[in-house]
Design a protein around this ligand. Structure first.
Ligand code: KIV
Length: 261
């Protein structure tokens, strides 16, 4: 059984760990068997399961349904459920909606945003709801950001992400995802924070990596440049996922083609 405290210990010891998204019972079973430490029931299900262009249409009912399905398949990993767009716009809604995800099998919930979430993260943490932050490219804000582009590329934007990361940690967040930021910036955040930092398109220096399952299996409409189809060099889904996990552990993924410095 992997616990959040084990992930913190792994950070302290310099042992890298791996996360992958899942949306259903059968894939959750395979991912757990492959030895992945974290399964994220990502709101990327809006793209890869529902066929939407963004994660914005995903509802809390969708997330509750998929969280319940995944939790029946994976009992031993840290199960993180995404809080979808507008399900945490007030602290009260965040408490109610995260409570539903926890009651349906999540062991932690993830939300996108920085400073403005500090009171919400504090209130959730105080009530026993473990929180994972998400900074950098936050897909629920795609229209605000003007597209799926790298974030934190200038010093003002980078400083804001660092400050947001520290604020979330102080508020009680126990993990942080950083998406599509320069590798040098994710290295700095990983060093500054005590909590484990999980990267996606953020270079090799983070404590862990996360990818979208359907990218790893090569069945997404478009595989992002920071991701990799591990099924190409493996003859089963289980061995593809195992090979992703070992590539992260022995630092052979990501390589320079998967991130910007
Ligand atoms: O929804 C998702 O899959 C995510 C990961 C890409 C981090 O948030």
């Amino acid at each position: 059984m992997v616990r959040i405290t084990d992930l913190k210990k792994m950070k302290t010891q310099g042992d890298k760990f791996t996360a992958l998204t899942a949306y259903d019972y059968s894939f959750a079973k395979v991912i757990e068997k492959a030895g992945i430490e974290i399964i994220l029931i990502g709101d990327s299900l809006g793209n890869v399961c529902q066929g939407h262009k963004t994660t914005i249409p995903v509802s809390i009912d969708d997330m509750v349904y998929h969280t319940a399905c995944v939790s029946r398949g994976a009992k031993e990993v840290v199960l993180i459920a995404d809080m979808p767009f507008m399900s945490y716009e007030t602290t009260q809604n965040a408490l109610r909606n995260s409570g539903m995800l926890m009651q349906n099998g999540a062991k932690m919930v993830k939300l996108e945003g920085g400073q403005w979430l500090s009171e919400t993260v504090y209130q959730m943490s105080e009530r026993g709801i473990p929180v994972c932050g998400h900074l950098g490219l936050t897909p629920q804000s795609v229209h605000q950001l003007g597209g799926y582009a790298i974030q934190g590329a200038n010093s003002k934007a980078a400083d804001k992400i660092v400050n947001d990361a520290k604020t979330l940690e102080q508020a009680g967040a126990q993990l942080l995802v950083v998406e599509c930021i320069p590798s040098s910036l994710s290295a700095l955040i990983t060093k500054k924070l005590k909590i484990p930092v999980i990267g996606i398109g953020a270079g090799p220096a983070t404590d862990a990596q996360i990818l979208v399952l359907y990218d790893v299996l090569g069945i997404s409409d478009q595989i992002p440049s920071f991701s990799k189809n591990f099924l190409l060099s493996n003859n089963s889904i289980l061995s593809a996922i195992k090979s992703y996990a070992s590539a992260v552990r022995n630092s052979t993924f990501p390589t320079s083609e998967h991130f910007v410095q």
